[in-house]
Design a protein around this ligand. Structure first.
Ligand SMILES: Cc1cc2nc3c(=O)[nH]c(=O)nc-3n(C[C@H](O)[C@H](O)[C@H](O)COP(=O)(O)OP(=O)(O)OC[C@H]3O[C@@H](n4cnc5c(N)ncnc54)[C@H](O)[C@@H]3O)c2cc1C
Length: 102
């Protein structure tokens, strides 16, 4: 099973975007585009994010992270055609680990 099928199984088809329109949108910043990502993945938890990073590492697949996409300096542009773009917009909760300390 390929990386994208593997990620579709763990994240669900709604969170693994492979249409050309989605890849063009997430691969383009305010001014410019890099290589078209092979897929855009949208983790909803740290566990899902870890699964993506592990699978990408094991398959030697480049990863870039996209936040709000407001950059205009190629900051999340893919350098290689088979790369995966992580859309972090579903990772909305932040948790402090500094218990009891300001
Ligand atoms: C109209 C306009 C005005 C602007 N004005 C300013 C300004 O006054 N000052 C200023 O500093 N910037 C400004 N910017 C630039 C923009 O705010 C910055 O580029 C900012 O980083 C964009 O945040 P973002 O979440 O959209 O990040 P993105 O553009 O999505 O990504 C920017 C970088 O952050 C990394 N990144 C994003 N999310 C994560 C994550 N969760 N974990 C790890 N890495 C991550 C990406 O990989 C990429 O390298 C402006 C942009 C626009 C379009």
């Amino acid at each position: 099973m390929g990386l994208i099928e593997n990620l579709t199984q763990s994240l669900g088809a709604d969170n693994v975007l492979t249409s050309e329109a989605d890849r063009l949108f997430y691969g383009h910043d305010v001014f410019r585009a890099g290589e078209l990502p092979a897929a855009v993945v949208r983790p909803g938890s740290v566990k899902e994010l870890q699964a993506i990073v592990r699978a990408a590492y094991e398959s030697g697949t480049p990863l870039v992270t996209r936040g709000g996409g407001a950059s205009y300096t190629d900051a999340f542009a893919q350098r290689r055609a088979e790369g995966i773009t992580i859309d972090s917009s579903r990772l909305k909760r932040s948790r402090s680990t500094r218990r009891g300390r300001p």
